[in-house]
Design a protein around this ligand. Structure first.
Ligand code: SAM
Length: 230
């Protein structure tokens, strides 16, 4: 059995697991850099990808602690309280700790791929990169009744102050700060089992920013603060 080499590292705005969408493509404004690592940092390894729009990334869930003890998991799509087999899910708690995500190539710069829509924690080790091949990878009549469609998204609004802060931080970082925050929070990062509490404030780190929000109703979010971390 061969050991896996780290071919590349992902550099993303996601500095913690909380609030990362549960699949790729759900936050298309998120840009991630896939940087080839020595001895694989040869631009020739990416040659030909300019003819390809999307790639599969195979990666290690390096942010998951120990190996799972159980082969049954509780997916959020089933409310977080029903157990099913790990191989019927995309759970991060799997025996070999490998994930795969389909992402769009935006640009190729030397030994770096700029991609959009990834669901990868910053620093994720990439162990393979493969082109998406539409004629075989796309199955129009495929079914999955566990996750039949994209999850419903929440309404996201801003306090005046938070929107002013986000606009200023977007200019400083030269990033799509407003769209990224809206797309990520619309996915509802709360654990599936958590009861609605309008008083509770939630927070997450994106880039070097501290994002805070509340849930005025179970289906809506208001962003209250976007400030650089101290
Ligand atoms: N698309 C991949 C797949 O199907 O294998 C990942 C699906 S998994 C449900 C997505 C979640 O993995 C994200 O919401 C994030 O919390 C978590 N995640 C992303 N990168 C990770 C990493 N390097 N280590 C641990 N967890 C990670």
């Amino acid at each position: 059995m061969p050991t896996l080499d780290i071919l590349a590292l992902a550099r993303s705005p996601y500095k913690e697991k909380f609030a990362i969408p549960r699949q790729p493509g759900l936050a298309p404004s998120v840009f991630t850099r896939i940087e080839l690592q020595a001895p694989f940092d040869d631009p020739g390894a990416l040659q030909g990808l300019e003819r390809v729009s999307h790639i599969w990334l195979i990666f290690c869930f390096h942010g998951v602690g120990s190996r799972p003890e159980s082969l049954r998991v509780r997916p959020p799509r089933l409310g977080g309280n029903q157990r099913i087999g790990v191989f019927a899910t995309r759970s991060t708690h799997r025996p070999n700790g490998l994930g795969q995500s389909l992402v769009k190539i935006e640009k190729i710069e030397g030994t770096t791929l700029l991609i959009s829509g990834a669901d990868l924690l910053d620093g994720t080790p990439i162990v393979d990169i493969k082109p998406y091949v539409p004629y075989t990878d796309s199955v129009p009549d495929a079914t999955n009744t566990i996750a039949p469609s994209e999850p419903e998204s929440l309404d996201v609004s801003w306090s005046d102050r938070a929107r002013r802060q986000a606009t200023a931080e977007a200019a400083r970082l030269n990033e799509n700060v407003i769209a990224v925050i809206e797309e990520c929070l619309a996915q509802d990062p709360r654990p599936a089992y958590q009861a609605h509490d309008p008083e509770r404030e939630y927070g997450v780190r994106l880039w070097d920013l501290n994002i805070r929000w509340r849930y005025p109703s179970d289906q809506s979010i208001v962003i209250t603060e976007v400030s650089p971390l101290a």
